[in-house]
Design a protein. Sequence first.
Length: 216
Amino acid sequence: MTRQKFFAFLGAVALATSMSAACAQSDAGVTTAVKSKLVADDLVKANKIDVDTKDRVVTLKGEVDTEVARARAVELARATNGVRDVVDAMVVAPAPAATTGVGEAAREAGRDIKDAARDAGQAAKEAGRDVGQKAKEAGRDAGDVLSDAGITSAVKTKMLADTDVSGLKIDVDTENAVVTLSGNVSTAAEKKKAIQIARETKGVKSVKDQLKIVKS
C-alpha cells in the first residue's frame, strides 16, 4: 500500500511539472517572458516595442531608435525559452535632435555677428574721419609752406613794391627755403632793408647776403 502511494505521488509531481512547463511555454507565457527581457535590457528598454506570440512564433512591432537596438530586441526574443521563431516587424525611427539649445545658440551667434558688424562699421567710420582730418592738415601744411619759386616771387614782389629798395638790381635765388640776395645796392641802408624784406617773407628759413654796396 505504501508503495502504491509513493508511485501516485510521483505521478502527481510529474503532472504538475508538465502543466507548469506547458504554461511557461504557452503563447501568453512566451509574450510575458520576452517583454520582461526587453524591459530589463538597457539598450532597448527606452523603445516602444509590442510583442505578440502565436504558436510560439513571436512578432515584434513598433519603433526603435537604431539598427543596433533592433538587432538586440530580435536577439533577446530568440533567446527566450519556448520561442520557436521571431518575426521582425520593427521600424527604425531615430529620435529627433534637441532643438531648444540649438535655436538659442543660433540667435546668440546672430546677435554676435550683428554687433561685430556694427563695431567694424563704427571703426571704419572713425578711421575715415582720421584719414580725412590728416589729409586736411597735410594740405594746410603744404599750403603754408611755399615752394622755392613761390618764395623767390614773393621776395621780388615785396622789393619792387618798396621805394627804399631798387628791386630791379637785386637778384633773388631760393633753395630749400634759403634765400640768397646778390647784386648791387647804393647804400648800407638799402642793403639792410632788402635783407629785412627777404627775412620777413613767408616761408623763408634764412637769408644769405651777397649784396655789394656800389655808390652811384
